[in-house]
Design a protein around this ligand. Structure first.
Ligand code: NAD
Length: 265
């Protein structure tokens, strides 16, 4: 357990961190010494072994709060509980998100509401609740996991694209409101990352087109991502570590693409 780890004694809350990108970011911050509040769904036994695995591997305190990110009262409880059990929130990583693919005129209203709540409004609620503590301590890093779809659109993803563009806008507003403090707010805009959220889209494409899973992955990448390779949760974790660092103190209100060239086109 090295004291030279830059984020030792810092506390990170990562929403939606029982899987995929959020878990990659939680691991990267824990590896730098930060205590971690995990959040997200899963089997209680699997979550409990994840908590044990992370705390043992990285030598940090790790807890889990099961707040549903579509419920403001549960979000408020998660922020209060993180501050009381871990002492503070230095890094707030708004990552929880879901997807639904459908044409706008047949888009289920309930899915629209859920995507806006989980992918956009949850970041408003965590931010408004965590900011007073950050202001009091004079330090904070808020990192919103948006998407290439926060910068450009695709057909049949209206709710997701609207939510992610909204999240990029929220990022800029919060960055400006905190501009004269040591609290920064930035967004990361990943391209395709092979997580359960994307695997569902790969499976749907393989099923519809009667092609193999590997061919479906290749097609998905070829359509949007010039590198032809998936971005990884580990790479996104390192970008989050940078945005949380002192070196990033003057990075404010950016929407930083890590997308294999998707939005350069
Ligand atoms: P994932 O499905 O692997 O993980 C989503 C996480 O969010 C899980 O921990 C899940 O339990 C949690 N979650 C879902 N609904 C929740 C709710 N109501 N309350 C609390 N937690 C909830 O997905 P992922 O691909 O890792 O996505 C993470 C974020 O990255 C999302 O915001 C997504 O939009 C964004 N993103 C993903 C990709 C990609 O290609 N995978 C690309 C760009 C952006």
């Amino acid at each position: 357990m090295s004291e030279s780890k830059p984020h030792r004694s810092k506390v990170a809350l990562v929403t939606g961190s029982t899987s995929g990108i959020g878990l990659g970011i939680a691991r990267a911050l824990a590896d730098q010494g930060a205590d971690i509040m995990l959040n997200g769904f899963g089997e209680p036994a699997a979550i409990s072994s994840l908590v044990t695995e992370l705390s043992t591997r990285y030598g940090v305190r790790v807890l889990h709060h099961g707040a549903d990110m579509s419920k403001p009262s549960e979000i408020e409880d998660m922020i209060r509980s993180t501050e009381s059990k871990l002492g503070r929130i230095d890094f707030l990583i708004n990552n929880a998100g879901i997807q639904h693919v459908s044409a706008v005129e047949t888009f289920p209203v309930e899915r629209w509401d859920a995507i806006i709540a989980i992918n956009l409004s949850s970041a408003f609620h965590t931010t408004r609740c965590a900011l007073p503590g950050m202001r009091k301590r004079g330090f904070g890093r808020i990192v919103n996991i948006a998407s290439a779809h926060g910068l450009v659109a695709s057909a049949n993803k209206s709710a997701y694209v609207a939510a992610k563009h909204g999240l990029v806008g929220l990022t800029k507003s919060v960055a400006l409101e905190c501009a004269t403090t040591a609290i920064t707010c930035n967004a990361i805009c990943p391209g395709w990352v092979l997580t359960p959220l994307v695997q569902k889209q790969v499976d749907a494409r393989a099923g519809e087109k009667k092609i193999s899973n590997e061919d479906a992955k290749r097609e998905l990448l070829a359509e949007k991502q010039p590198s032809g390779e998936f971005v990884t949760p580990e790479q996104l974790g390192q970008l989050a570590v940078f945005l949380c660092s002192e070196a990033a103190a003057q990075v404010r209100g950016v929407a930083w693409a890590m997308d294999g060239g998707w939005t350069a086109q």
